[in-house]
Design a protein around this ligand. Structure first.
Ligand SMILES: *Cc1c(COP(=O)(O)O)cnc(C)c1O
Length: 411
């Protein structure tokens, strides 16, 4: 073996991030490699949510909109996310789902480029991103979607860019393969063509250092690597140079300049606050803020170093134990996010068989088995155990068992 389990234990003892694992609740006997889908539960979250329920809501009721800072949660939470994505204070607003924020970003971006009628969308992107672009284009009318992607015959970004392109929406890290774009290079190329760049950071914020300060818009979720909890508020970044010129199409009262004047017509608030729409889900923000207490203390360079070490270790072990298996992720760590994916024609039952043996990864169409390495709580021994279990499931064809063939609602 390229490394022994004992050597992995030594690496874990030397890991500068090792104490973070104790801040999370993880079920015993499980190797959790699905932090790229639903991040683990921070230990502090339950007490924080209980306090918000019992005291802020139960005792203080509506006064908490003022006294507990409920009203400002979209902005105060956004300001805590900002450093994780290279944004400045007042440039990020937390709220809604990623899908809704994509709609807000696309419909805010397009009018900034009047006369340009093309939206570039990536066929490899997560479906909701593409679906929402379709919905936004239809709602605004008279826009053309130009698809790019890595599939045979699909256009490349270079070929698709032209002086008719208003905006480009891409994910920094591909949800299937974990392949990562060079944000600065792509942003510069898009902007040089006169278009606006919108980044989806769902698989990058909390997985690696991110800097969208050059981009025009960005959106992302907080329930994956950022551990905000199921359905946690997403966020939108709008570069401050655009603030004065952009419109939120869901122009609700929370984004009004003077919401408690109850004026007859909408007037946008200054800054990113105008992207607020309606009442925030306070309990979900509370859970997210509990996890951001942890993220505030994370050195992102150390996080990236550990992520690269874990994913590289896993790839090396699987190379040795499962020769011939097709790696879907880039071998070059510089081009990889914090996940490792393999192609297997029976990927679904393979992922189910792994879950049954305590290695929690997942499956994505058409043939991808994914393993996410959330560096705050995944250890080197976890990478080791996952690789040996993976080899056993494949080597003994344990995935052929009847019980793993039937699709569950959520795959
Ligand atoms: C997870 C993810 C989403 C999720 O969208 P929701 O509206 O939060 O369900 C969107 N885009 C990408 C790229 C994702 O990875």
């Amino acid at each position: 073996m390229v490394i022994s389990r004992a050597e992995c234990e030594t690496l874990d003892e030397q890991d500068p991030l090792r104490d973070f694992r104790d801040e999370f609740t993880l079920p015993p006997g499980v190797v959790y490699l699905l932090g790229n889908s639903l991040g683990a539960l921070p230990r502090r979250t339950a007490a924080r949510v209980a306090h918000a329920v019992e005291s802020e809501w139960g005792l203080h009721l509506g006064a908490s909109w003022n006294t507990a800072g409920w009203w400002d949660l979209p902005q105060t939470t956004g300001d805590r996310i900002a450093p994780l994505i290279g944004a400045g204070p007042g440039e990020v607003l937390a709220g809604d789902s990623t899908s809704v924020n994509i709609f807000k970003a696309v419909t805010a971006a397009l009018p900034l480029r009047p006369g340009r009628r093309v939206i570039i969308s990536d066929l490899d992107n997560f479906p909701t991103d593409r679906y929402v672009v379709e919905g936004a284009a239809a709602a605004l009318g008279d826009y053309e979607i130009r698809d790019i992607g890595t599939a045979d015959g699909a256009l490349r970004l270079e070929e698709a860019l032209g002086d008719d392109v208003a905006m480009v929406l891409l994910s920094q890290v591909d949800y299937r393969t974990g392949a990562a774009h060079d944000v600065d290079a792509v942003t510069a190329r898009v902007q040089a063509a006169g278009a606006l760049m919108v980044w989806d950071l769902c698989h990058s914020a909390g997985a690696l250092p991110v800097d969208v300060s050059g981009a025009d818009f960005a959106i992302g979720c907080t329930y994956k690597y950022l551990n905000g909890g199921p359905g946690a508020p997403a966020y939108i970044y709008v570069a401050s140079r655009h603030h004065e010129h952009v419109r939120n199409v869901i122009s609700g009262w929370h984004g009004h300049a003077a919401p408690f004047d109850f004026e007859p017509h909408y007037r946008p608030a200054d800054g990113v606050r105008r992207f607020a729409s309606g009442s925030p889900p306070v309990l979900s923000y509370t859970a997210l803020n509990a996890s951001l207490d942890i993220w505030e203390r994370v050195d992102m360079r150390a996080l990236r170093a550990k992520s690269v070490a874990l994913t590289s270790l896993f790839i090396d072990l699987v190379d040795e134990l499962c020769p011939g298996l097709s790696l879907a992720s880039p071998r070059d760590a510089d081009r990889r996010g914090s996940q490792v994916s393999y192609r297997h024609p029976d990927g679904y039952p393979v992922a189910r068989a792994l879950v049954d043996r305590g290695v929690i990864g997942d499956y994505r169409e058409p043939d991808i088995v994914r393993f996410g390495f959330a560096p705050l709580y995944v250890r080197h021994v976890d990478a080791y155990d996952a690789a040996t279990t993976f080899a056993e499931v494949l080597g003994k064809e344990l995935w052929r068992d009847e019980q793993y063939q039937r699709r569950l609602t959520v795959t």
